[in-house]
Design a protein around this ligand. Structure first.
Ligand SMILES: NC(=O)c1ccc[n+]([C@@H]2O[C@H](COP(=O)([O-])OP(=O)(O)OC[C@H]3O[C@@H](n4cnc5c(N)ncnc54)[C@H](O)[C@@H]3O)[C@@H](O)[C@H]2O)c1
Length: 366
């Protein structure tokens, strides 16, 4: 109890929003409250220089409002750079709803949230994230046009995961070209950690190309299902990080690249779908570089999903979505080269490209 009081007092001493560590010149933070439906949400608009701030809504049972605020600040910033480096005319935004999606998400709450999104007149466009489904976005669509990720029969672009996986595959091939001189993954040992929606589709791409794939997941049924479908191997060991491999593909959780795992890692390349793979962008990016591991930045190679929802706004067809996703190969190759020639980390190189695009547009707009 004593610690709690001290902690709260300490937090109160900090500037509550603009003084937060994760605050990075965000343009607008909107706190949404509705007593009748129990809605408590925060919409974070990080940057709208390149276009409207697009990013999903996450519903999560946050331990505190500080955690929710920190998450929305961090996630919305990430969206700015993801869209910028991918060449999309979108800014970065994200929303969080505080609560348990399984027990507290009601149609009324989602409609009220949609009204708040609508009140921003298109400056923020929402989509699905953790705790949200296509049906939730369909509901939001009834009160605002500023939503993507809706059902295909309602004009949406459908499930983004296979597109995300294809982009990751392209980024991985570019990293292989950079590292081994060839982008052919045949015979390369790839460990895919997390075989959910994206992981499974990645396994399919890899096994079609003849890579030697090992899969790991906490869900045993899924492991067996995916193994039988694609004739790949289930990783049976205790510590995946220490295994010798060509490519490590984190497709489950973030922050798996940290002080503890980098020391153990015995891979040449890291290329996967998970968001925020580096526990600490700067420190761990540098540690990987020092160790000679080529890291394909997550926000660059997992952009297939955002390309897919962007298509809804621009009325792109499937061909254009695939062309743009395939281009992740070229962008990754350029960024890996840039990092090498400038002696910076690949994460820094990707951020620099994204920031340069935003700065150039800012100049044009002046
Ligand atoms: N779906 C998309 O289009 C998309 C786009 C961009 C980024 N991402 C990111 O990619 C990752 C995967 O997304 P998804 O849609 O496939 O999610 P998912 O929930 O379908 O799959 C995640 C899988 O990881 C497994 N998992 C969880 N903890 C694990 C652990 N400790 N070790 C091994 N496996 C574990 C789960 O059992 C599940 O099978 C997430 O980090 C997500 O944020 C997804």
């Amino acid at each position: 109890m004593e610690t709690e009081i001290i902690k709260t007092n300490e937090l109160h001493k900090m500037d509550p929003v603009f003084g937060q560590l994760s605050f990075d010149d965000h343009e607008q933070i909107v706190f949404c409250n509705d007593k009748d439906t129990g809605l408590k949400a925060i919409i974070g608009i990080h940057n709208t220089v390149l276009g409207p701030a697009l990013g999903g809504t996450r519903m999560w049972n946050y331990a505190s409002e500080w955690d929710a605020l920190n998450d929305v600040l961090r996630l919305s910033r990430g969206m700015t750079f993801k869209s910028a480096v991918t060449g999309l005319n979108l800014g970065g935004g994200k929303a969080v709803i505080i609560g348990d999606a399984k027990t507290q998400k009601t149609p009324e709450l989602m409609l009220k949230f949609g009204e708040f999104v609508h009140s921003l007149a298109g400056k923020y466009i929402t989509a699905e994230d953790v705790g949200m489904a296509t049906e939730d976005m369909d509901l939001v669509r009834t009160v605002t046009p500023f939503v993507t990720g809706i059902s295909e029969d309602k004009g949406g672009a459908g499930n983004p995961s296979p597109i995300t996986a294809y982009g990751v595959f392209m980024g991985m091939k570019a990293a292989a070209k950079h590292t081994f001189g060839s982008d052919l993954l045949e015979g390369k040992t790839v460990f895919v950690q997390g075989i959910g929606n994206v992981g499974e589709a990645l396994v399919e791409n890899l096994s079609n190309e003849g890579a030697k794939v090992y899969i790991s997941d906490i869900n045993q049924d899924r492991l067996e299902e995916v193994r039988d479908k694609y004739s790949v191997d289930i990783y049976g060991g205790k510590n995946l990080y220490a295994e010798e491999m060509d490519i490590y593909a984190p497709c489950a959780l973030g922050a798996t690249i940290n002080d503890n795992t980098i020391d153990q890692l015995n891979t040449k390349i890291i290329a996967g779908a998970a968001n925020n793979q580096l526990a600490d962008e700067r420190k761990h990016g540098k540690m990987l570089r020092d160790k000679g591991i080529v890291y394909a930045p997550d926000f660059l190679i997992n952009a297939g999903g955002i390309i897919n929802v962007y298509a809804e706004l621009e009325n792109y067809d499937r061909k254009e979505i695939m062309r743009k996703t395939e281009n992740i190969y070229n962008t990754t190759l350029e960024i890996l080269k840039k990092a090498e020639s400038n002696n910076i980390t690949t994460h820094e190189a990707a951020l620099a490209v994204a920031k340069a695009r935003i700065d150039a547009r800012k100049q044009e707009n002046q």
